[in-house]
Ligand binder design. Structure first.
Ligand code: ATP
Ligand code: MG
Length: 426
C-alpha cells in the first residue's frame, strides 16, 4: 500500500475557505502601502547563508537554530531559505544601487522559513508583510512607520493592538550598558537558565528578551538601556514620541523591548495583542542604521517593520466571527415572476450599500428559509406568487422575535433600514 504524503510539519496549506480572507488581507495591504508611497520589491526565497549570518547576527535565535540552511549539491553553494526579508531587501537595494537615486520606501510580502517548534501562531513556513524606509535618518520616518501600522489595523477592522516602544541607542551606549548588565547578570548567575548563561557570553542584551518566567525578577532588576542614552539618542526618541503624541497614538515605553535581531539601533517597537494567547506580537520593527553598510553598501540609515500575516488574519477572523461577515439580507424567492422581482429588490438594497445574498437554484420556501438562517443574515426578504402579483416584499427579521411585514418594493430599503439601524436611509 502506498503511504499517504502530508505537508511538511509546520507548513500550512491555505484552502479556498481561508484564502478568501487572505486575498482580502492582501488587497487591503496593497492599497494601504500605496497610500504611503511604498513600492513593492520581490526578492528570491533563497539567499546565500552568509547574508543572514552577517545581517541578523550569529548570536540570535534565528541564526543559531532556526535557519533552513543546506549545501546545494550541484553548485556547492551554502544557501538558506529566507527567515526574514529585511536582509534580502537591503541586499537587493545595495546590489542594484537603488539608493543612488535617493531614499527608497519599499515593501514586500511573502513566505518566510524558520525551524521553530510549531504551535498556535508559530509555524515553520509563515508569511510577513514588511516595509523598509531606506536612506531616512530622522525620527519622522520612525513615527510614520508607526502611524502606518495603526492605520492598517483600522483598515483590517481589527483593534486592541497595543504599541510598545523603546530605544536601543547607539553602539557606544549599548556597550556601556552591556558592561553594567553583565555585572548585574553575573551577580545573579545562579538564577539564570542555561540559554541565558550562554547569552551572557555572546549577547547579554538578549537575556532581557527571555520569556522564561523564572527569570523575570532578575530581568526586572537589570540596568536599563534608556538610562545609558546620550543627548542625540534621547532627542531622537523624544522626536518620535512628539509625533505620536500629536497624532494621538497611544504607546507604552518598554525598557525590556530589545528585539531578537542584532541589526537594530535607536527606535525599536512591537505591536502586541491579548487576543491570540502566547503568540501575541503581530508586528516588530525599528531603526537599523548600520545594516546597509554591513551588507556592503555606502553607509545609509534605515528603518522598517515586519508583520506576521497569519496572526493578523487570525485577528481578522476573530473580528469577523464577533461581528459576523453575514449578509444584511437574504432574498427568498419562488416562481418566475417572484424571481424577477427578487432581482430588482436585491439590486435596490445593494444600491443602499447593503450586503445581500439572493437565493439562486430554487427549492421550497422551507429549505430556502433554512439557507437564509444559516447565512447569518439579519433579515429575510421573501417573495412568492402573492408578493410578485402585488409588487411587494415580505420582510422578516431572522435574529429577533419580531413579526414580519409586507411592504411595496419602493419602501423595501426603508423598511430594511428601519429594522437594521432603527432609521430611514434619507
Ligand atoms: P518571537 O520572539 O515571538 O520569536 P521574533 O522576534 O522572532 O518573534 P520577528 O522576527 O520580529 O519575530 O518577526 C516579525 C513578526 O513575524 C512577529 O511579530 C510575528 O508576528 C511574525 N512571526 C515571527 N516568527 C513567526 C513564526 N514562526 N510563525 C508565525 N509568525 C511569526
Ligand atoms: Mg522568533
Amino acid at each position: 500500500m502506498t503511504q499517504t504524503l502530508q505537508a511538511v510539519r509546520g507548513m500550512n496549506d491555505i484552502l479556498p475557505d481561508q484564502a478568501e480572507l487572505w486575498e482580502r488581507f492582501e488587497e487591503t495591504v496593497r492599497g494601504w502601502l500605496a497610500a504611503y508611497g511604498y513600492r513593492n520589491v520581490r526578492t528570491p526565497l533563497l539567499e546565500h547563508t552568509a547574508l543572514f549570518r552577517r545581517a541578523i547576527g550569529e548570536a540570535t535565535d534565528i541564526v543559531e537554530k532556526e535557519m533552513y540552511s543546506f549545501v546545494d549539491e550541484l553548485s556547492g553553494e551554502h544557501l538558506t531559505l529566507r527567515p526574514e526579508a529585511t536582509a534580502s531587501v537591503v541586499r537587493a537595494a545595495v546590489e542594484h544601487s537603488l539608493l543612488y537615486s535617493g531614499p527608497q520606501r519599499l515593501w514586500y510580502m511573502g513566505p518566510m522559513y524558520r525551524h521553530e517548534r510549531p504551535q498556535k501562531g508559530r509555524f515553520r513556513q509563515f508569511h510577513q508583510v514588511g516595509a523598509e524606509a531606506l536612506g531616512y535618518a530622522g525620527p519622522d520616518v520612525d513615527a510614520e512607520l508607526l502611524l502606518m501600522c495603526a492605520r492598517l489595523w483600522g483598515d483590517l477592522g481589527i483593534d486592541g493592538i497595543r504599541l510598545h516602544i523603546n530605544s536601543l541607542g547607539s553602539l557606544d551606549e549599548r556597550l556601556a550598558h552591556r558592561e553594567a548588565l553583565v555585572a548585574h547578570l553575573r551577580a545573579h548567575e545562579g538564577e539564570l537558565d542555561e540559554d541565558s548563561r550562554r547569552r551572557l557570553q555572546t549577547n547579554p542584551l538578549r537575556v532581557l528578551d527571555s520569556k522564561n518566567q523564572a527569570m523575570q525578577q532578575v530581568i526586572a532588576g537589570a540596568p536599563k538601556l534608556l538610562d545609558f542614552l546620550g543627548d542625540a539618542s534621547l532627542a531622537h526618541f523624544e522626536g518620535v514620541q512628539a509625533i505620536l503624541k500629536d497624532a494621538g497614538l497611544p504607546y507604552t515605553i518598554d525598557a525590556r523591548l530589545v528585539r531578537g535581531l542584532d541589526y537594530y539601533n535607536l527606535t525599536v517597537f512591537e505591536w502586541i495583542t491579548d487576543q491570540l494567547g502566547a503568540q501575541g506580537t503581530v508586528c516588530g520593527g525599528g531603526r537599523y542604521d548600520g545594516l546597509i553598510e554591513q551588507i556592503g553598501g555606502k553607509p545609509a540609515p534605515a528603518a522598517g517593520f515586519a508583520m506576521g500575516v497569519e496572526r493578523l488574519i487570525a485577528l481578522m477572523q476573530k473580528a469577523e466571527d464577533d461581528s459576523g461577515a453575514a449578509p444584511d439580507v437574504y432574498v427568498v424567492n419562488q416562481g418566475e415572476a417572484a424571481t424577477r422581482l427578487a432581482f430588482r429588490a436585491a439590486e435596490r438594497l445593494r444600491d443602499h450599500g447593503l450586503a445581500v445574498i439572493q437565493h439562486c437554484g430554487g427549492g421550497s420556501f422551507k429549505s430556502q428559509m433554512k439557507r437564509a438562517d444559516a447565512s447569518g443574515a439579519t433579515i429575510a426578504a421573501i417573495i412568492g406568487d402573492d408578493e410578485a402579483a402585488a409588487g411587494e416584499v415580505t420582510v422578516k427579521p431572522l435574529r429577533e422575535e419580531r413579526g414580519q411585514s409586507r411592504v411595496a418594493l419602493e419602501r423595501l430599503a426603508d423598511a430594511v433600514s428601519e429594522l437594521l439601524y432603527g432609521e430611514h436611509f434619507e
